[in-house]
Design a protein around this ligand. Structure first.
Ligand code: GDP
Ligand code: CA
Length: 312
């Protein structure tokens, strides 16, 4: 069976681990969000691609959910000793190596998709991991502070400010001119099923859907999504701040409406969100907390089984 899944960082990566367990032997292509990517200290950092790669490849810091296991922070301390900014973004020594390899390959002219493939050669994530685009796009957030109204990189709002200032606008800079990375539209075209994990609907899934051609390709497929919102709140993180910024309520119902029935065929919600409904969408309620590998596998199995039913 050929499965395509979109993915942000932590929520996407955890779900994908369950999907691999629920569909052994399947051919899984993951289209990863690159809107969070940022250049730091001259190095290109792709947090969501790396979270998926490390999580599926066994190199993730399990407790934190991002970054490398067994990490140390000597380089970060040395940079801080020089007074070099930014100091608010945590990069560990092991992680630095990934960004050095990536930046070296990008500088040599390799597109991000090929760089990602080369990095995955080491990690063997057991899925084909594709960036949504080889073109550089970045999520920017408009905020107002003592310096006035300005746009900052998503990471500055999310990591430095912890989304404490309201986002007046969130946008993917460069989206209109971007094209899907090689293999993305082909993988969607050949897929039997498409799964949307419970990733952030605005800055993870939402950005991927903004790359011209991707949403239209997905609309032709059987797509099942898993709600990242349970009982009116995100399970972890600050997805509510992103939804508020685009004028969408933080609920499983509103996220389903945001995606729309042209895209979504089946929608999994938590048991407390049983009442969610939308014309043309089959909604099922079940436990959606990814609090153990078994529970996560069961969520993925439920998504697959719903997709099979709808596809038949
Ligand atoms: P990020 O890029 O690291 O922020 O990760 P993602 O965008 O992939 O996932 C973040 C989303 O995962 C958040 O909106 C959370 O609500 C959602 N999430 C995290 N853990 C769980 C869980 O156990 N169950 C469900 N349903 N959603 C979760
Ligand atoms: Ca992310």
């Amino acid at each position: 069976m050929r499965i395509v899944s979109l993915a942000g960082g932590i929520g996407g990566a955890r779900f994908l681990r369950g999907l691999k367990a629920a569909a052994p032997g399947s051919d899984i292509t993951v289209i990863g969000n690159t809107g969070d990517d940022i250049t730091l200290f001259g190095l290109r950092v792709c947090p969501d691609l790396d979270t998926v790669m490390y999580t599926l490849g066994g190199g993730i810091d399990e407790e934190q959910g991002w970054g490398r296991s067994g990490e140390s922070h000597v380089v970060k301390e040395e940079l801080a000793a020089y007074g070099v900014e930014p100091q608010w973004f945590g990069l560990g020594d092991r992680d630095f190596a990934t960004h050095i390899v990536r930046s070296q390959m990008l500088a040599a002219g390799y597109p991000l998709s090929q760089v990602t493939e080369a990095l995955c050669d080491r990690w063997q994530p057991g899925v084909r991991l594709l960036p949504m685009s080889d073109d550089r796009t970045e999520t920017h957030v408009v905020i107002s502070d003592e310096n006035g109204r300005r746009a900052v990189h998503f990471q500055e709002w999310w990591v430095r400010l912890r989304a404490s200032l309201p986002a007046e606008q969130i946008g993917l800079v460069g989206a209109e001119d971007a094209t899907p990375a090689p293999g993305v539209l082909e993988a969607i075209g050949e897929a039997d099923l498409v799964i949307l994990p419970p990733s952030n609907p605005v800055v993870s899934i939402g950005t991927i859907l903004q790359i011209p051609g991707i949403r239209a390709a997905l609309e032709d497929k059987t797509v099942v999504g898993v709600s990242p919102i349970i009982g009116g709140a995100p399970v972890r993180g600050m997805a509510d701040a992103c939804l508020t910024a685009i004028g969408v309520e933080t609920s499983a119902q509103a996220v389903l409406e945001l995606y729309g029935s042209r895209l979504i065929d089946g929608w999994l919600v938590a048991e407390e969100d049983k009442g969610v409904a939308l014309d043309g969408v089959t909604v099922e309620a079940r436990p959606l907390l990814m609090d153990s590998p078994e529970a996560t596998r069961d969520i993925a199995a439920a998504a697959l089984s719903l997709a099979h039913t709808l596809h038949a």
